[in-house]
Design a protein around this ligand. Structure first.
Ligand code: UFG
Length: 348
């Protein structure tokens, strides 16, 4: 199947491109390359890449129809796109507080343009959307199920939550089939070591720990050690990025099966993606020490605004309905794969 992957040059999108290819699908990447990496798409994934903004109909429409000049000679030429995986978004919580317009324009406004394009033809084109546990806001109960109340506390989380509403409304009004995945903490890297996380700036815990262990940074800040958790540091549910990617293929295939059987519900399919096990910042550091055999200098700093003490998923629904089984649930494996990638990308 011909699948448009927006944000396919980014961290999670690039792993999804690989999962799609391995499952026999044909991905086409649309990315504005603000944070994405063209070299990964061209040299590692070997799939067509179009540099452009999701919210630009002059790029989007010809891509969906196969008439974009960059598609000449490819399998996409003169062929319509059959499904979309929509990863393209900005995802820095702090920046979203400082510059909300940037987040609503890109994450919400551009997605509206995309959804209008998807329902503008003879048949709506199914979409799988990257949402986040940040749409829940502070947890009222752990583990968090899909039914947990949603009360996002920052513009990033709100931009994703609003798109969830768009998808509900577009499903009811125009019959747009959709899957919403709410990710917990994406981490790790493809086991082959040639795809992984490469953000600039990097804010995520595991790559920052590895930056210190490899000497790229001099010390780690631990944001708060006075949380109501066993060791006082925040607990998160780290999920391997390749497992996230696999879930997208399963979600898309389920959507299409339901459509074939005329059994599509009149609302999006919604799934949490996490392992259901939480690890504290301190436990992540200890695991990284044992994986890399290296130490690190860490200082306790004050709490980072908006960090809940604990976020742990119930991903039971994805297991039952999609048959999703994370292949790499162990924190050691997740860090080991991240370390392999880190060494190859940054230290060679
Ligand atoms: N942390 C540190 N030091 C660091 C970096 C992180 O102590 O240098 C801590 C954070 O305070 C947090 C934990 O490590 O307790 C994990 O932090 P990350 O930044 O890796 O991940 P978050 O849980 O903040 O963010 C993730 C996603 C976001 C999403 C958010 C929802 O990456 O996109 O979950 O809460 F918005």
């Amino acid at each position: 199947m011909r699948v448009l992957v927006t944000g396919g040059a980014g961290y999670i999108g690039s792993h999804a491109v690989r999962a799609l290819t391995r499952a026999g699908h044909q991905p086409l990447v649309l990315d504005n390359l603000v944070y994405g990496h063209a070299d990964i798409v061209r040299d590692v994934l070997g799939v067509p890449l179009v540099n452009g903004q999701v919210g630009n109909p002059d790029v989007l429409q010809p891509l969906l129809k196969g008439t974009h000049p960059d598609l000449v000679g490819s399998v996409f030429e003169a062929k319509t796109i059959e499904a979309v995986l929509h990863f393209a978004a900005y995802a820095y919580v702090g920046e979203s507080v400082a510059d909300p317009a940037k987040y609503y324009r890109n994450n919400l406004g551009d997605t509206l343009t995309l959804l209008e394009a998807l329902v503008g033809g003879d048949h709506p084109i199914p979409i799988v959307f990257s949402s986040t546990c940040a749409t829940y806001g502070p947890p009222q109960s752990i583990p968090m199920t899909e039914g947990h109340p949603q009360a996002p506390i920052n513009p990033y989380g709100r931009s994703k939550w609003m798109v969830e509403h768009l998808l509900r409304d577009f499903c009811k009004a125009y019959g747009l089939p959709s899957v919403i995945f709410r990710y917990f903490n994406a981490a790790g890297a493809d086991p082959d070591g040639d795809l992984g996380e490469d953000h600039d700036p990097e804010t995520h815990l595991i790559p920052r720990v590895l930056d210190v262990m490899s000497g790229r940074e001099s010390y780690l800040q631990i944001f708060g050690d006075d949380y109501p958790t066993p060791d006082g540091t925040c607990i998160r549910d780290y999920i391997h990025v390749s497992d996230l990617a696999d879930a997208h293929v399963l979600g898309l295939e389920r959507l299409l099966r339901l459509r074939e059987r005329n059994e599509l519900p009149n609302e999006p399919l919604i799934y949490n993606l996490g392992n259901g096990t939480g690890y504290s910042v301190q436990q992540v550091i200890e695991a990284a020490k044992s994986v890399t055999g290296r130490g690190l200098l860490a200082h306790v700093a004050k709490r980072r605004e908006g960090d809940p003490a604990q976020l742990v998923a119930s991903a039971e629904r994805a297991r039952v309905e999609l048959g999703w089984r994370p292949r790499y649930p162990e924190l050691h494996t997740i860090i080991d794969h991240a370390w392999r990638w880190h060494q190859r990308r940054h230290l060679s």
